[in-house]
Design a protein around this ligand. Structure first.
Ligand code: URA
Length: 198
């Protein structure tokens, strides 16, 4: 186990290839009691440099989609399946995903969000533990067992997928709209979950 302080991993050396290539560990960002917890794949170059998740091009797409539905970055929590940048932006391996899972599970457990939004194939398959056709299933809200609790998960395409494909942009925006509706339903109900409607 690496060293943790609250939701932050301060030190970890579990994945030799990632330890070698990273500049720093990139922890989740946002309120520790957020209703919406977005989970990406892993840090890219910009995130590795700045030490925050989703601050590069994908982050700009996510920020804009949040703005369009009346949310902003400080309203939500954003994290990743792995906290260290994979070399050349390759997908994290199964082993790396599993090495980092404990940190992600702890974050889900302590934040206790109404909804987890998986951004792309890697986080969707990792948290649902099955193969996921993200484009087809985007917008679906499903149940998943995470850290021994049942969680509602909204599947989404990754924001980067929208950069070259307009139809993916619509799919992404639709999923973010649904997340905002769910967050709104939670708020307008005074904190009582109305997720059963979804
Ligand atoms: N893509 C991700 O999946 N996560 C980030 O933090 C940035 C880009």
């Amino acid at each position: 186990m690496g060293t943790m302080e609250g939701l932050c991993v301060l030190e970890c050396e579990r994945c030799p290839a990632l330890v070698e290539g990273r500049s720093q560990i990139v922890n989740g960002d946002g309120p520790e009691d957020a209703d919406l917890l977005f989970v990406g794949e892993g840090p890219g170059a910009s995130e590795d440099k700045q030490g925050e998740p989703f601050v590069g091009r994908s982050g700009a797409v996510l920020d804009e989609a949040l703005r369009d539905v009346g949310l902003s970055r400080p309203d939500v929590r954003i994290t990743n399946c792995v906290r260290c940048r994979p070399p050349e932006n390759r997908d994290p391996t199964k082993e790396e995903l599993n090495n980092c899972r404990e940190y992600l599970e702890r974050e889900v457990d302590l934040v206790d969000p109404e909804l987890v939004i998986t951004l792309g194939k890697v986080p969707s398959e990792h948290l649902l533990d099955r193969s996921v056709a993200v484009t087809k299933e985007a917008g679906d809200v499903v149940d998943a067992r995470i850290a021994d609790a049942s969680r509602r998960v909204l599947i989404s395409v990754h924001p980067a997928a929208t950069l070259y494909d307009r139809s993916q942009a619509e799919t992404f925006e639709g999923a973010i709209r649904k997340a905002a509706e769910i967050a709104g339903a939670v708020e307008s109900d005074g904190g009582q979950s109305t997720l059963g409607d979804y």
